[in-house]
Design a protein around this ligand. Structure first.
Ligand code: ADP
Ligand code: MG
Length: 239
């Protein structure tokens, strides 16, 4: 499902080049679960972004579901991301002017637009199919937010925003889900419920999971853990 080869990322900053990922190679099979751990600044978020095709590596390659990302155009990458990838960001990245329900519907609207750009000629411009709306409501219910559908992000707690962002990540039924510290802002009980949800969807839908986490319980639930330090993989073990 995910194949990363000799990935390196160097940022060119005013203070000079800064290499934050060094020669990372890893493979994750479809339906598998991988935890990425390591201290703050070790490159976890950078690695996740590169794997999801949100950013481009300095050297090395990423293949998602058999497609080599560097061989795709920007538009093709967007289409692939929208079709196959879910992403839960460390800081949620909800759109402040949209309600919880509207935020969850964004990937579906985007899908319609992307397909139209790709020449698939859909009849209506931004219409979300009825089953998409049903799915969005069902996911929000599943994360315990059925009474917050009309709330704007500012009216939601950090944990509630995180749950909206998880519902949004699942609405397109992605083949692979990337989560950046998915329980970082949640109390123990909510974190547990979130993880039950994520691993439940892994089992039910075969969704491949790549989770960045500081939570050892969460890492233990994954079939494999890699540890980053200074941008390099310093440990790689299976449960
Ligand atoms: P982690 O998620 O493990 O805390 P990150 O991947 O966010 O680490 O960052 C790794 C390193 O890369 C950090 O030292 C960070 O300061 C640096 N970094 C991240 N993004 C940029 C950027 N756009 N420009 C320069 N340095 C960056
Ligand atoms: Mg991070």
């Amino acid at each position: 499902m995910l194949k990363v080869e000799r990935l390196t990322k160097t940022y060119f900053t005013a203070a000079g080049p800064l290499t934050v990922l060094k020669d990372v190679t890893l493979e994750v099979a479809a339906g598998d679960t991988l935890a990425v751990v390591g201290p703050s600044g070790s490159g976890k978020t950078t690695l996740l972004g590169l794997c999801a095709g949100l950013d481009e590596p300095t050297t090395g390659s990423v293949a998602l579901n058999g497609a080599n990302l560097e061989r795709l155009s920007e538009d093709e990458r967007a289409l692939l991301r929208n079709a196959d990838v879910g992403f839960v960001f460390q800081n949620f990245q909800l759109i402040p002017t949209l309600t919880a329900l509207e935020n969850v519907l964004v990937p579906l609207e985007l899908r319609t637009g992307l397909r139209r750009n790709a020449g698939e000629g859909l009849a209506s411009s931004s219409a979300v199919p009825g089953d998409g709306l049903t799915e969005a409501r069902a996911l929000l219910e599943r994360v315990g937010l059925s009474d917050r559908l009309g709330h704007y992000p500012l009216q939601l707690s950090g944990g509630e925003q995180q749950r909206v962002s998880l519902a949004r990540a699942f609405v397109n039924r992605p083949k692979i889900l990337f989560c950046d510290e998915p329980t970082g802002n949640l109390d123990d009980e909510t974190a547990q419920a979130m993880m039950d949800l994520v691993f439940g969807l892994n089992r039910e839908r075969g969704t491949t999971l790549v989770l960045v986490t500081h939570n050892p319980d969460l890492a233990r639930r994954c079939s494999r853990t890699i540890r980053l330090r200074g941008g390099a993989v310093v440990d790689d073990h299976s449960a």
